[in-house]
Write a protein that binds this ligand. Structure first.
Ligand code: GDD
Ligand code: GTP
Length: 446
C-alpha cells in the first residue's frame, strides 16, 4: 500500500505570490483552470494501490481548503486529509511530527511532494525505478537538468552515473555543484523516519541546552534538504531518478502563467475536454485556452473596431480593424468571468468573477477575482519565460525589485480592482480593492 504527502507551507510562505496569496492560499491558486494542488492529487490518484493523500501545512483550516478537499475526494475517489502543524516545522519536521498518521495502515512507501511545483509527476516511473533498485535505499529523489547558473537556485545533486546513487546534495550552493537539480518530489520508505529521528534527537538536546543557558526557545525545524539529504548522500541511501518531462517551480505569479502553459499543453493528452475549440458563434481561440463552463463570453463579437490608446497621452488612433474577440494562446478563464466583444487576451489568467469590458486587451497579466477592466483599456505585462534557446533553462523567479526599481514583470491586478476605460496599465502590481483613475506603468499601486 502507498500514500502521498503534499507539503503546502503556510501563510508566511508564498510572499513572492502577493497580492494574489492574500485572497487564497497559494496552493489553491488556479493553474490551467484548476487548483495548483489538484494536478498533484490527480497524479497520485492514478498510482495503483494509493490509499490516502495527506496535506501538511500551517494554514488555519478554512472553508476554501475544506471545500477543495471534499470536492477532490469525491472527484478522485481517494481519502484526503489536512494535518496542521502548530508552527512551520520545515520540509522534514512536519512529516516527522505526523509520522504515526503517515505510517498507519503500514504503507510500503510514500510519495512526498512540494506543493509549489508543476510537473508531469512521473510517479509510476519513480515507483518502478525504486523497485528495480533493491532494498537498500530509503529514498528516490526526482531530478531534472538545469543550466549552470540557474542550478544555484535549487537543491543540487551529484550522482554516481552507473548506480544513480546520490553522492552529494547541496541546497542552493553558492558556486556550481551539479546541473542535476532536486524537483521537490520524492519516494521514501518508512526507514526515512529513522534518519529524521536521529536529527530530531540531536536538535532536541541542543534545544534543551539552549533553553537552559539562554532561556531562548529554539524552533524545532528540520529541513529535509540540509539536515537529511546532505547527511544521507554518499551512504547508498538515496537515489536520483532523472526526468525528461516538464517541470517548473511556481514561486512568483509570473511562474503561474508559465506553469499554466505547461499544463494546458499536457491537456492535449490528459484532458482534451478542458481545451476550448474554435466553433461558430464562439470567440476565436488561438493555441491552448481553458474556459470555465460558467464564463460568459460574448458570442456576437464578430466585427469590432480596435482603438489603441497611447500611454498617458491623450491621442487615440482609431483603426478600423475587423477583428473578432480573440483568446489565447495560454489563457485560463475562471468561473463566472464576463468577457465583452472585441476583447483580446493572451498569456494571462483571468480569475473568477472578473469582467473584461468590450475591446479591452489583456496581455501577460493576471486579472484578480471580481476585477473589472474597462472598455478599450490595455493591461499588459512583461513575460518572464525561460530562455527558449536553452533547453535546460528554468523560469527565473526574480525578486520584485532590482537596481532600485520594480523588475519588469507580468501585470497583476489584485481582487476587486477597477481599471477605467481607455487607460494603460503596464508592468504594474495593483493591490486589492483599488479604483484606478489613470494609466500607470512600472509601479506597485498601494
Ligand atoms: N508543511 C510545511 N511546513 N511545508 C513547508 C514548510 C513547513 O515548515 N516549509 C516549506 N514548506 C513547503 C512549501 O510550501 C513548498 O511547497 C515546499 O515545502 C518547499 O518550499 P521551500 O522551503 O520554500 O523550498 P524551495 O522551494 O526554495 O526549495 C525546495 O524546492 C526546490 C524545487 O522546487 C528544495 O527542496 C530544493 O532542493 C528544490 O530544488
Ligand atoms: P500578434 O503577434 O499578432 O499577437 O501581435 P503583436 O505581438 O504584434 O501585438 P501585441 O502583443 O501588442 O498585441 C497582441 C494582440 O492584441 C494583437 O492581436 C492585437 O490585435 C491585439 N491588440 C493590441 N492592442 C489592442 C487593444 O487595445 N484592444 C484590443 N481589443 N486588442 C488589441
Amino acid at each position: 500500500m502507498l500514500k502521498a504527502i503534499i507539503i503546502i507551507g503556510g501563510p508566511q510562505k508564498g510572499t513572492r505570490f502577493r497580492p494574489l496569496s492574500f485572497e487564497v492560499p497559494k496552493p489553491l491558486f488556479p493553474v490551467a483552470g484548476v487548483a495548483m494542488l489538484q494536478h498533484h492529487i490527480e497524479a497520485c490518484a492514478q498510482v495503483p494501490d494509493m490509499k490516502e493523500i495527506i496535506l501538511i501545512g500551517f494554514y488555519q483550516p478554512n472553508d476554501e481548503l475544506n471545500r477543495f478537499i471534499s470536492s477532490s475526494q469525491q472527484e478522485f475517489k481517494i481519502p484526503i486529509r489536512y494535518l496542521q502543524e502548530f508552527a512551520a516545522l520545515g520540509t522534514g519536521g512536519g512529516i516527522y511530527h505526523f509520522r504515526d498518521q503517515i505510517l498507519s495502515g503500514g504503507p510500503a512507501a510514500f510519495f512526498l511532494m512540494n506543493a509549489d511545483v508543476c510537473s508531469e509527476f512521473p510517479l509510476q516511473e519513480m515507483l518502478r525505478f525504486h523497485r528495480q533498485h533493491g532494498e537498500n535505499h530509503c529514498g528516490v529523489l526526482l531530478g531534472t537538468t538545469a543550466n549552470r547558473t540557474q542550478s544555484l537556485n535549487y537543491g543540487c545533486i551529484v550522482e554516481n552515473r552507473e548506480t544513480n546513487e546520490v553522492l552529494h546534495f547541496v541546497e542552493k550552493p553558492s558556486t556550481f555543484v551539479s546541473d542535476i537539480i532536486n524537483c521537490g518530489i520524492y519516494l521514501f520508505t518508512p526507514d526515512i523516519f529513522g534518519h529524521i529521528g536521529k536529527v530530531f534527537q540531536r536538535n532536541q538536546q541542543e534545544r534543551i541546552q539552549e533553553e537552559l543557558t539562554n532561556g531562548k526557545q529554539m524552533p524545532e525545524v528540520i529541513r529535509l534538504e540540509q539536515d537529511i539529504f546532505t547527511t544521507l548522500a554518499g551512504q547508498k541511501k538515496l537515489l536520483v531518478y532523472k526526468t525528461q518531462h516538464f517541470w517548473s517551480q511556481i514561486k512568483s505569479a509570473g511562474s503561474a502563467i508559465y506553469a499554466s502553459r505547461l499544463y494546458l499543453k499536457q491537456y492535449h493528452q490528459t484532458h482534451p475536454e478542458r481545451l476550448a475549440t474554435n466553433r461558430d458563434g464562439t470567440p476565436k481561440i488561438i493555441g491552448d485556452v481553458y474556459i470555465h463552463p460558467t464564463a460568459n463570453i460574448d458570442p456576437s463579437a464578430v466585427v469590432s473596431t480596435l482603438t489603441t490608446t497611447y500611454i498617458n497621452i491623450c491621442f487615440c488612433i482609431v483603426l478600423n480593424f475587423f477583428i473578432s474577440l480573440q483568446l489565447g494562446p495560454n489563457v485560463s478563464i475562471g468561473k463566472g468571468v464576463t468577457i465583452g466583444g472585441g476583447v483580446r487576451v493572451r498569456e494571462s489568467i483571468i480569475l473568477h468573477g472578473a469582467v473584461l469590458q468590450d475591446h479591452c486587451c489583456v496581455l501577460n497579466s493576471i486579472v484578480g477575482w471580481d476585477s473589472t477592466v474597462g472598455k478599450w483599456a490595455r493591461v499588459e505585462g512583461t513575460p518572464s519565460d525561460p530562455n527558449p534557446n536553452d533547453p535546460y533553462a528554468k523560469i527565473d523567479s526574480e525578486t520584485l525589485f532590482r537596481d532600485g526599481g520594480l523588475t519588469p514583470s507580468i501585470t497583476i491586478l489584485g481582487c476587486n480592482v477597477s481599471i477605467p476605460s481607455e487607460v494603460i496599465i503596464r508592468n504594474s502590481i495593483v493591490l486589492p480593492h483599488k479604483d484606478l483613475n489613470r494609466s500607470f506603468q512600472n509601479q506597485i499601486i498601494l
